[in-house]
Design a protein around this ligand. Structure first.
Ligand code: PAF
Length: 288
């Protein structure tokens, strides 16, 4: 695995690969890598010739500075995991490399429309602009044929799909399934910050989503969401939202309308904010 810290060096290396006719797959990350990230690398490896992974904890996407400061950093372990998973190139830029204009400098503003106003967009102001800014920069540098991202960040995937449309960047987005621990907890870098008691409680988010999935045909959405909310609150969470949305456009639903659906939860355990989602397969037709 080659490691690049500078944009020019990475561009030059990738130019050689592309000239030789090799396809490039890209997995952007903020490090603190877990099996979920590595499964993205493995999928990219199966589908493209050269796999590039970036590790960059992007300051512009943290609406809460404390969350940024506490974001886990495990670079040496990450490098070993990436090499073992078959990554060809690791891009490890500094803040100055990614933001020569300065973190508080002039950045583009993307029109993500409705997508930026709901759920994570409503609870984390400016977050998706920050994601858009950094992913646009990274795509500009790597110019991948294929881009691999995890369904765990469902709304982020929709934002990136929109970013590709807005910018006309031709990379193909692959949204890969969420990986879960044996008890169902969605893998996330933030899980590293959970103490043993919080780790035990953390599983309740996926259990709540499963409860919703199993009962979506039997209960009015308002009751289903309220039960889920109450359950999480009883378990000690501070709940941001429990929602049911159209999986194609994130319009919030108060009853089934024949569209594919996604169940989404965001809740805090102490100062650790967890999100998770599950897609409901097949149309839910019960009249409520
Ligand atoms: O999902 C993440 O890890 C980040 O939001 C991303 C896409 C790497 C942008 O910083």
């Amino acid at each position: 695995m080659y490691l690049f810290k500078l944009t020019g060096d990475l561009r030059a290396a990738l130019e050689q690969e592309k000239k030789a006719g090799r396809t490039v797959g890209f997995v952007p990350t903020m490090g603190a890598l877990h099996e979920g990230h590595l499964s993205l690398i493995r999928t990219a490896k199966e589908q493209t010739d050269i796999v590039v992974c970036s590790i960059f904890v992007n300051p512009t996407q943290f609406n809460d500075p404390k969350d940024f400061e506490k974001y886990p950093v495990t670079i040496s372990a990450d490098i070993q995991k990436l090499a073992a998973a078959g990554t060809d190139i690791l891009f490890l830029p500094s803040v100055d490399t990614m933001y020569p204009e300065g973190v508080n400098g002039q950045h583009p503003h993307y029109d993500f429309g409705y997508l930026e106003t709901v759920l994570e967009g409503a609870y984390r102001p400016h977050h998706f602009q920050g994601v858009g800014i950094v992913v646009h920069k990274l795509l500009d540098i790597v110019q991948p044929d294929d881009l691999f991202m995890g369904q765990k960040d469902f709304q982020q995937c929709m934002i990136i799909k929109r970013l590709l449309e807005i910018t006309g960047i031709p990379s193909k987005l692959h949204i890969c399934p969420t990986l879960r621990e044996n008890d169902g907890l969605a893998m996330s870098s933030r899980n590293m910050r959970l103490d043993p008691a919080a780790r035990q409680t953390a599983v309740q988010i996926s259990k709540t989503l499963l409860y919703m999935k199993e009962n979506i045909k039997h209960l009015p959405f308002v009751n289903l969401k309220q039960n889920a909310y109450n359950q999480l609150q009883n378990d000690g969470y501070q709940v941001d939202y429990v929602e049911i949305a159209n999986a194609d456009n994130l319009q919030l639903l108060d009853k089934p309308n024949g569209s594919p659906m996604v169940l989404l939860v965001a809740a805090k355990l102490g100062d650790i904010r967890l999100i998770d989602n599950m897609v409901v397969e097949g149309a839910v037709t019960t009249k409520l």
